[in-house]
Ligand binder design. Structure first.
Ligand code: ZN
Length: 416
């Protein structure tokens, strides 16, 4: 099969991806108006319900417009062979292979940064503002943007530099060295994310003295979790939305609660959410997540290595000279259908983990409080109460609130 065949295959994949994405978004959007089970409907006020529907409508419209423009843009760029043109032009002025690759990716990054920044501004200061979520000031928005720009340039630049070095040194075994390096990097990031990255954007503090701390301490004792690993983060400086998460593993694990929770939730509800996060620790979910991601990145890099050494595929985008950056882009495009197939499997696994963590909280007697917390969370965050089952199956990392409430009630009955 020749280069043209694979080139058209890439265009076909891009179009397929665009159609699949839009199809899912549209069926999901239409499904939101289907009636909920009466018992569930009774948990949410009519006003909340109406607000939720409007919020979804605004986000759907915005997402469809942005998604369509960017998909069409990418399809045109690939179809008209703009990438090899840029590659050829840069080769005229830059001889050094490292500098060439860094400049090439730098240009793509800069373009997407310029495209996405006004959209993020709109999302934050128009849509989120309209529903009362936004607390970000323009100054904070700009500072955040500059910080993440610097971080991406430094970390992204370093990663690309090391990968190009492996590519130049170890042609056939490139994938293996790259995999070892990337694995070490992701383990490091997972361990030190809370210490190195989060403090650039947020403050994390231990729980303050008081009734809540006492309640948490009592639960931690029962569940065998260290109180020192529980933190409150100042999420309220950007948004009124609420959440909590579990991160890291081993001695570097921590549970982080959003400070917005302290105002809106009762102590028992907060402990219930904490119990859910402890469930993730008990069942070693972050460790399993890490292992699956290491295996999948190993397979991905092995396939990337095959493409890089292939005389046709490494030049499929229309470039005459095979290079790290053109191969990586070609691979990303050819790999997208495989990624599409993997998506639902990782979503299924993640949803199972959520059910396990919920069941863990219920086991400790926090079923009813967790149910209340889930209702509050989805009412406050205006989550979609009625997503399309197919959309959920494909994309959702967390089960929809209705399914979680039903499952918590079930495990409560079993415990009793
Ligand atoms: Zn969870």
């Amino acid at each position: 099969m020749n280069r043209e065949f694979f080139f058209f295959l890439i265009i076909a994949f891009l179009i397929l991806d665009f159609i699949v994405d839009n199809y899912f978004e549209i069926i999901n959007f239409k499904h939101r108006l289907k009636p909920l089970p009466e018992k569930i409907q009774a948990l949410f006020s009519l006003e909340t319900n109406e607000k939720q529907l409007n919020y979804q409508k605004d986000n759907f419209r915005f997402g469809m417009i942005v998604g369509s423009i960017s998909s069409v843009f990418v399809i045109l760029v690939v179809a008209f062979k703009v990438l090899p043109l840029i590659d050829n032009y840069l080769r005229l002025i830059i001889e050094n292979e490292y500098l060439l690759t860094l400049t090439f990716f730098g240009l793509i990054f800069l373009l997407s940064f310029i495209f996405s920044t006004p959209l993020e501004w709109y999302q934050t200061f128009v849509i989120e503002e309209k529903y009362g979520f936004n607390k970000t000031t323009l100054q904070l928005f700009v500072v955040d943007k500059l910080k993440s720009l610097l971080l991406s340039v430094l970390l992204g630049g370093l990663l690309i530099f090391v990968l190009v070095w492996f590519y130049n040194q170890t042609q056939n075994l490139f994938w293996l060295y790259a995999w070892i390096f990337m694995s070490a990097f992701s383990i490091f990031m997972m361990l030190f994310y809370s210490n190195l990255i989060v403090p650039l954007f947020n403050k994390q503090k231990p729980i303050e003295e008081g009734e809540l701390k006492d309640a948490i301490m009592e639960f931690c004792k029962r569940a065998g979790f260290k109180l020192n690993d529980v933190y409150v983060i100042d999420s309220s400086k950007r948004s009124t939305k609420t959440n909590a998460y579990f991160t890291g593993f081993g001695p570097k694990k921590r549970i982080v609660l959003y400070d917005n929770m302290m105002e809106k939730f009762t102590n028992e509800e907060i402990v219930a959410v904490l119990a859910h996060e402890t469930g993730h620790n008990k069942h070693r979910h972050t460790l399993y997540g890490l292992i699956t991601s290491l295996i999948s990145s190993g397979i991905t890099l092995f396939l990337l290595g095959l493409l890089m050494n292939h005389p046709v595929l490494s030049k499929v985008l229309g470039n005459d000279i095979a290079s790290f950056h053109m191969s990586l882009l070609a691979f990303g495009l050819l790999y997208s259908p495989i990624e599409l197939i993997i998506t639902p499997f990782s979503a299924i696994l993640s949803r199972q983990h959520e059910y396990q963590a919920d069941a863990f909280a219920a086991q400790y007697g926090y079923g009813p409080a967790l149910k209340n917390a889930l209702v509050k969370l989805s009412a406050d965050n205006l989550s979609n109460l009625n997503p399309h089952p197919f959309y959920v199956w494909f994309y959702y990392s967390h089960p929809p609130v209705v399914a979680r409430i039903e499952q918590v009630e079930k495990s409560d009955r079993v415990t009793k």
